[in-house]
Design a protein around this ligand. Structure first.
Ligand SMILES: Cc1cc2nc3c(=O)[nH]c(=O)nc-3n(C[C@H](O)[C@H](O)[C@H](O)COP(=O)(O)O)c2cc1C
Length: 174
């Protein structure tokens, strides 16, 4: 699947608007992700408010992609929807949704960036305040979206020395 290798982090975007239809398609991909016990405890906040982008940049210096982003999606979990409460599966569930969204956006010809929110306390607090998240809604990460300002090369990071056969240390292939 070429899209996997084409997906790269994009931190500068053009002025080309991102449509609600594109965002809906990206959200559909997110909600198609696997989740533990099919919890699907995710909640998504579509953000177009530049003030929210600016305020988050004050807390997270490596969120500067938001300066040119056309939109962003905050991927959160509604902890009340967890099928196995308190185990923390939501982190993996929301990460799977996030990755699906990055890939769908890539397939649509859009650039994205995954910005980490969880587990950094200051970023969590900031996003909770800015997006008025009620108790029990936990943010995992923020995805910026836009047309890439500059094309990036597809990536192949295969590392044969990280792959073992049956037991750790026995290389799967030389
Ligand atoms: C959990 C997670 C958090 C990340 N947070 C940030 C971030 O806050 N700011 C940023 O510029 N990049 C962030 N990245 C992007 C990584 O830096 C990037 O994926 C990595 O350098 C590999 O580059 P690539 O995405 O182009 O393959 C994050 C990626 C992940 C998976």
């Amino acid at each position: 699947m070429d899209t996997i290798f084409k997906r790269r982090s994009v931190r500068k975007y053009t002025d080309r608007p991102v449509t609600d239809e594109e965002i809906k398609q990206i959200l559909k991909a997110g909600m198609a992700a696997p989740s533990a016990k099919n919890s699907m405890e995710w909640v998504f906040i579509v953000i177009r408010d530049k003030n929210i982008f600016e305020e988050f940049c004050k807390v997270h210096v490596n969120a500067f992609a938001l300066k040119t982003a056309q939109a962003a999606v905050l991927v959160c979990a509604d902890l009340s929807e967890e099928k196995d409460p308190g185990q923390g599966w939501w982190i993996q569930d929301c990460a799977a949704a996030m990755e699906n969204m990055l890939l769908e956006a890539t397939d649509l010809g859009l650039g994205t960036l995954w910005m980490g929110v969880y587990p950094k306390e200051d970023r969590i607090k900031c996003m909770k305040e800015l997006c008025k998240l009620p108790e029990g809604i936990e943010p995992l990460g923020l995805m910026s979206i836009g047309e890439a300002g500059k094309a990036k090369e597809p990536i192949d990071r295969y590392m044969g020395d990280r792959v073992f056969a049956d037991v750790y240390g026995k290389l799967w292939k030389d």
